[in-house]
Design a protein around this ligand. Sequence first.
Ligand SMILES: NC(=O)c1ccc[n+]([C@@H]2O[C@H](COP(=O)([O-])OP(=O)(O)OC[C@H]3O[C@@H](n4cnc5c(N)ncnc54)[C@H](OP(=O)(O)O)[C@@H]3O)[C@@H](O)[C@H]2O)c1
Length: 453
Amino acid sequence: MRTYLAIFGATGNLMYKKLLPAIAALQSNNLLDLETKILCIGRANHTLESYIETAKTQIHSPINWDKLSPILEYFRMEFDQVDSYNNLKTYMNGNGDSKRLFYLAVAPELFPIIAEGISSVQLITKNDAFGRIVFEKPFGEDLKTAKAINTMLWKYFDESQIYRVDHYLGKEMIQNILVMRFANKLFENNWNSLAIEKVTIIAKETEGVMNRGNYYDHVGALKDMIQSHLLQMAALIAMEVPKSFDVDGIREEKVKVLKQIKVDHKAVITGQYNGYLSEKNIQLNSKTETAVFMKVYFETPRWKGVPFIFLTGKKFNEKRSEIIIDFEDNTVQESLWPNQEIVKNQLVIRVAPDEGVTFRMNVKEHGLSNMIQKVEMDYCHDCNVVGNKPEAYERLLLDFIRGNSTLFTRWDEIEAAWKIIDSIKNHVIEPVIYQDFEGFLAIVNSIIKEETL
Ligand SMILES: NC(=O)c1ccc[n+]([C@@H]2O[C@H](COP(=O)([O-])OP(=O)(O)OC[C@H]3O[C@@H](n4cnc5c(N)ncnc54)[C@H](OP(=O)(O)O)[C@@H]3O)[C@@H](O)[C@H]2O)c1
């Protein structure tokens, strides 16, 4: 049976920047079924040839067009006209039975229009085993709007047909967290408040809002980064052992632990980079935050009293996402070497741009000396990869096509995350103006009066 991956918004940034390169890589590596067709749907008046020519000017990564072009088709339609969906159905039916997968790479305002359109002509029906739909974030603006979107979706689709993308979940080291935790006794036995002092989750960006001011100014860092990526990473670090490693086993535990978060509202600091107000499409005197520092606690026996610190921001000193696990002081051993510095163990899970793990520990200096020195054992996850490294979107697209929803977020995870963000938004927080990463950190440390990082 043919597989149709129909992508609404095929002339948009997401399509050119992420989806087409990912599809091209999957096709080059022969990971798509022979009968797969990518139906690029847009309102622009393209032929397939002119669409491909335009795409070539928009995509800067190397792509094997000779392998990709034969599986592409272009379909022009107005998204808000019922007739268009009838035409789309006739077009897709013309090629016989097919699995129908719909990717909505469009703004959320179009979600209900497209969902209703494809349902009204029965291109996809509830509980249809061959029909799936995938959405990009942002999934709502708060709990109320997210619930409204979800109620609309459940009208047309079963939860098992709905895939919600958080592309961080497609990243290698995020997938690796559960393996590292549960396949290594050393870590899992010490993955609790007895051994761990604090957990810091960082996502730093060097760029500003660039040409996405219109979108970003309505959203801000709390909703753009914390609500999705950072809370998802925290859930994987904090969750209990799942009953099974299948989709529901993992999601159950993530939801349970997300519901146990308590925000330390005195330790939520937001910032706005100097110059943000002069960026394109930013409202006059906008109070949108471009950086967030916050401290939360998981109120579970495992994590009692252990702070989880989230730090994210734009115009910082480097592009880097990582999770730092700081272990407690090793006080017994310190008394054995009274005059020497014994460092605390630290585990760093590097998510991007390089992928790997560093573990800091104490060893004896080499030779006749009895001094202790700290060393870092380093594992590079991507160093030995031959050829191109798969991108997060390759993994997510393949899972979507194959019907594996483990790396997509379930509604109750999103609901729990919005409750946390709403609770923060209800406390009025005006962003402080910062120059750079060091500047923001200095402000944070001066406000909460402790060395945080
Ligand atoms: N770009 C990213 O890296 C990124 C990352 C994460 C999530 N997202 C999310 O993904 C979605 C798409 O983002 P994007 O950056 O690709 O946006 P975009 O560049 O603005 O593209 C939007 C697409 O929607 C089409 N469109 C807009 N209004 C339409 C209408 N009324 N009728 C028919 N088509 C319409 C556009 O067609 P025209 O070309 O004809 O205008 C274009 O193909 C958004 O929800 C965004 O938040 C994007």
